[in-house]
Design a protein. Structure first.
Length: 419
């Protein structure tokens, strides 16, 4: 019996050893996984950006990282900045976090320098109240999270072009700008994004866009138009972003001209506005481009010929004794010519609720020709009644009365519409 018990305990020890080995192995594996989980769970903590940034004023401040208080990261945040500088898509996939971006200045508005250089303006349409612009847009801002150590002493910038620039803008914070009065989305060409080692970012694009602008046509064809351009951030209100005009990038090219128009001036200023659908105030860049119509072609092709035709129609006042048919033939020819000019001007001008100077001139000329026809009929009736002396007297008076009246009304018309 004693020998049997010894053999039983001996086999029991072997079974216990075989059971403890897998148990220890499983325990070690579980402990290793828990350690990895703890490390990965702690990674999101490094996404917090530094809050030790001094309060600062955003008035009249340059936008380079070397000039703004939030342009440098503290030593404690360098490690966090390196993590934040990783490609955003890869970082978010690794940490399984939602996509979001924050402005670089966490205690105030981020200064964004903006410049607009007008390369060409075309297709000014008074009927559509729109115009087409080609130009260059420049944006400059500081984001110290983008700072890096140059790997090559001869190459101090990170430069992204075209599609690469668009992809880079998708992963970093940027002003996200748009034109408020655009008729259709702008077409962008030749995009460039430059990032300096200190985190200063400069974005430049060449764009084509059709913009809406109200045309004031009362003085046509001696009108001057203010072409309006309104520009703001789509996402960031004035609490997060404030524009600052960069004078070096303001102006227009002297190598182009607009047919029928002369460019007088371009002015840009900043305003704080709230749109109809906005909940907050936004910093806006307002540009006003002053253009003046060249009236030369309208003067030589419409105004002078029309005044001449009206003057020729007064030749009937010297047609003493002629029949009514001859006098009316001259007058009606003038009326039909004025009506033809009215159709020409109607094709040029949009349908306005008010008349222009040229509309008033055509209407005045038409009225004078109608009065000439009435004078012809009156004089003819006097001749038929044998009152030749009275008919001749009326013709003599109308020879100076009609021209003076016409010129006087032209002066009044010019005062009303042009001054």
């Amino acid at each position: 019996m004693y020998q049997l018990l010894q053999r039983f305990y001996k086999h029991l020890g072997r079974i216990r050893t075989l059971w403890l080995a897998p148990f220890c192995l499983v325990t070690i594996l579980l402990w290793h996984q828990v350690s990895l989980f703890s490390e990965s769970y702690a990674k999101p903590q490094s996404l917090q950006f530094p809050s030790e940034i001094a309060a600062q004023s955003v008035t009249n401040m340059k936008v380079k990282c070397s000039e703004v208080p939030y342009g440098k990261l503290t030593d404690q945040s360098q490690k966090k900045a390196q993590l934040a500088a990783l490609p955003l898509n890869e970082l978010l996939v690794e940490l399984d976090l939602p996509r979001f971006v924050r402005p670089p200045n966490l205690v105030g508005a981020t200064q964004v320098g903006v410049g607009l250089f007008v390369e060409e303006i075309s297709e000014l349409s008074a009927s559509d109240n729109s115009y087409t612009m080609e130009g260059f847009l420049n944006l400059i801002w500081c984001d110290p999270r983008l700072s890096f150590e140059p790997k090559n002493a001869n190459w101090q910038q990170d430069i992204f072009l075209e599609k690469d620039a668009e992809k880079e803008l998708e992963r970093i914070w940027w002003p996200d700008v748009h034109f408020i009065n655009e008729v259709a989305p702008r077409q962008r060409e030749n995009e460039e994004l430059i990032i300096e080692p200190d985190g200063t970012a400069e974005y430049q694009e060449r764009f084509f866009i059709t913009l809406a602008s109200d045309f004031e046509m009362r003085r046509f064809p001696f009108d001057t138009q203010q072409l309006l351009l309104e520009f703001e951030s789509f996402a960031w209100s004035k609490d997060y972003l404030v524009f600052q005009i960069e004078d070096n990038f303001i102006g227009f090219s002297s190598d182009f001209s607009i047919p029928e128009w002369n460019i007088l001036d371009i002015k840009e200023h900043l305003e704080i506005k709230r749109g109809p659908r906005d909940k907050n105030d936004f910093s806006q860049l307002i540009a006003e481009i002053t253009v003046q119509r060249d009236p030369g072609s309208y003067i030589t092709k419409i105004i002078i010929p029309m005044i001449t035709i009206v003057g020729i129609s007064w030749s009937v006042f010297w047609m003493i004794g002629d029949g009514l048919a001859d006098r009316l033939g001259v007058s009606f020819t003038g009326v039909l010519t004025i009506v033809a000019y009215q159709f020409i001007v109607s094709d040029i001008l949009p349908n306005h609720i008010y008349n222009t100077f040229l509309d008033g001139l055509i209407l005045l000329s038409f009225v004078m020709l109608v009065l000439t026809i009435i004078e012809n009929i009156t004089v003819n009736m006097l001749y038929l009644q044998g009152k030749e002396t009275s008919a001749t007297s009326i013709d003599n008076v109308c020879r100076w009365l009609f021209p003076l009246t016409y010129l006087g009304l032209l002066g009044i018309l010019a005062l009303v519409y042009l001054f």
